[in-house]
Each structure stands twice: as C-alpha cells, then as structure tokens.
Ligand binder design. Sequence first.
Ligand code: MN
Length: 238
Amino acid sequence: MSRTLFIADLHLCQEEPAITAGFLHFLQREAQTADALYILGDLFEAWIGDDDPNPLHQQIAAALRALPLPVYFIHGNRDFLLGQRYARACGMTLLPEEQVVQLYGKAVLIMHGDTLCTDDAGYQRFRRKVHQRWLQRLFLALPLRLRQRIAARMRDGSKDANQHKSAAIMDVNAQAVSAVMQRHQVQWLIHGHTHRPATHPLLVNGQPAERLVLGAWHHAGSMIEVTPEALTLIHFPF
Ligand SMILES: [Mn+2]
C-alpha cells in the first residue's frame, strides 16, 4: 500500500524515555512500510549543536539511518540549529522551512507551523533574531558548556513569557494560513507546532482546502498518513 507519513513535536529528551521508546517502536513497525517519512520539526526538545555528545542523539540517528526509505526533516523552533552533519548521520535530507511535496497527485505544503503564529509578536521578534546566520555561527562556536547554559536560560525565559500569553495568540493566524497556501497554490497544508491536532476545512482562492495539524507526542503518538485516497490524522499508543 502506498503511504507517506508525517510526524512532528516529539520533543525527544533524556528526561522522557517513554517518548523515545515510542518513537523507536514507531520506526521499527509503522514506518517500515511507508514510501517516505517527513519529520516536521521539534523532533528534539533542544538542540545546541551537532557536536553535542548526547547518547540519545546517536541512538536516534542509528534508528533513522536503518530505515529503508527516504527521511526528510524541517526544522522546528526547538531544534532549528540541527545541522547538515547530524542530518547526514541520520541519513535524512534537510528541507527549507516551507516545502511543497507532490503526493500521489496532490500538492501538499508542509512546514513546522511557528511562522504561522503571527499574532505572537514577541515570539516572531525572537525568531528573527535567532535565525540570523552570523548569530548562529557565533553561538555554535562557543564551548558546549556555555551553549548548554545559554539554552537552559532561554528555555526558562520562554516558559515565563508563554505563561502570560492567551491560547489565541499562540495559535496560527487565519490570514497567515491562507496567504501561505495562496502563495504556494496548494489546497493542502500539513504542520505541527501548536500541539492542537485537528483537521480544519477552509477556503483558499474560493476553493475548498484543508489544514491538518499534527499532535505532540506526550502519552501517545500522532501522525498524518497520506495515501492516494486520503490525508488522515492518526493517534496511536506507544
Ligand atoms: Mn514547535
């Protein structure tokens, strides 16, 4: 059966071994028979450089490399520093932040989703800052210990800031969604980031369209399966 799988927001870290076990199980079973696997960001809870000797990263790279199918990765807001060296170790291809893929005759736009949350002005300002290449190069040149300290402090800061933001501000902006779908001339969009798994019908250029949102992996897995017949959001136990 022809099927392509999409996942996002696993937020893998050493403190959450059940999620890692669920992901490894998913790779050994579910993913084996797919045509391709697309990881739409926030695979990891944090990323401070491909030179981080975290054994979890080596374990995940080995499991991804063992897959008999192409694997693609779009950066999330947590793992936006994941680089070419680690991607090669995983045998996966890094994609730009917006990508249109042709799936069984459908053009589907895929992205992490953070760029759609345009009502969160504070986050978008932060994003523009940390996406500057010179700043990233500077950060990655720092000693690992210092990078760990800076990343931990930034995570605490973001937790504090998000506590005071309304749920509406942290969701996608409807105009941003239709603008990006019009720009790429697609009727289907798949993204993650908001941790609000759902299928939203909408109109793009007066045509019926669909936005599918992946869920985060907390106590169960979430994936979108695309077949020649349908796009389906699926929850499954670890
Ligand atoms: Mn995210």
